[in-house]
Write a protein that binds this ligand. Structure first.
Ligand code: IPD
Ligand code: CA
Length: 278
């Protein structure tokens, strides 16, 4: 089994993974922008999980073909060790982020994969988020910048909330608990959005399409954001806790987090000032 040297071509492997996911998931779909009422039942008995499991299988297949020994940290199957040196390489994935969008034919879903030597967010050094509908591939290697389809991307310079387009995730949350923390921010922000696949939304901030993304529900798993955070930081963005502290966390499918992600430091400060964590 391969030992991962720092010059290993992760981007090449990511592209193979993306292609294998598309090859295995697309035949299950009627058309990518149609609703999919009859996708069957996944291993967990969950009606909407078949595509997630196929995408996970397609990812693992390529890693094994490449002779990589790794510990898989997956939103779907949990933690599984492969090969003889699994503690030297952690592969954190959300095989499909935005499953509801995919099932409903909404054109916004992706696969997310992050690579680290240790099971911590701060240790992630290579990442890909693949937009499975539009075909765009976002990648980053720590210290080398962030790219969309091989072209360098950078974050927005907009620093004022009254010009901002900001992602805000309030999905399936008892808003009572956090509404009062967000009301000033919502009032001050020109445009609020939520597209429904947080890994891809972080790439939109990385690319400067949006100016920030905030999720303080305490529901989002590290598997959803491990790749997106590296891509955003490499594109020049800032990520922190809602108190402005450095964000780190164990990479574990059960581990959730709260975060504020912005295109630039000034925007970040504006947002933090208006969120008042208890
Ligand atoms: C979901 C998406 C969504 C967020 C949910 C996540 P999934 O991921 O990222 O935007 O609001 O909390 O669970 O379930 O489609 O992988
Ligand atoms: Ca998922």
């Amino acid at each position: 089994m391969k030992c991962m040297k720092s010059d290993f071509n992760w981007v090449g492997v990511f592209l193979q993974i993306k292609n294998n996911i598309l090859t295995n998931v697309c035949p299950l779909l009627k058309a990518q922008n149609e609703s999919q009422p009859d996708l069957g039942t996944g291993a967990g008995g969950d009606k909407i999980k078949l595509v997630d499991l196929e995408a996970e299988k397609a990812t693992v297949e390529i890693l094994i073909q490449q002779g990589i020994s790794f510990t898989l940290v997956s939103e779907e199957s949990g933690i599984i060790e492969y090969g003889d040196k699994p503690r030297e390489c952690y592969i954190t994935i959300d095989p499909i982020d935005g499953t509801t969008n995919l099932i409903r034919g909404l054109p916004f879903y992706c696969s997310s994969i992050a690579v680290s030597h240790k099971p911590f967010l701060s240790d992630v050094y290579a990442a890909m988020v693949a937009d499975l509908f539009h075909g765009n591939t976002y990648t980053a290697i720590r210290g080398e910048g962030a790219f969309r389809d091989g072209i360098r991307i950078s974050t927005s310079t907009i620093a004022s909330l009254n010009e901002a387009v900001m992602g805000l995730d309030l999905n399936t949350y008892n808003t009572k608990g956090i509404a009062h923390l967000l009301s000033e921010l919502i009032k001050a922000t020109k445009h609020i959005r939520h597209f429904g696949a947080n890994a891809l939304e972080l790439c939109y901030v990385a690319e400067g399409l949006t100016d920030a993304f905030v999720d303080i529900r305490g529901k989002l798993r590290t598997t959803d954001v491990a790749a997106g955070f590296l891509i955003l930081k490499e594109a020049g963005g800032t990520v922190s806790t809602a108190e402005g502290k450095t964000l780190d966390s164990r990479l574990d499918p059960k581990q959730t987090l709260i975060f504020v992600a912005s295109g630039n430091k000034k925007m970040h400060e504006c947002i933090l000032k208006l969120i008042k964590p208890e």
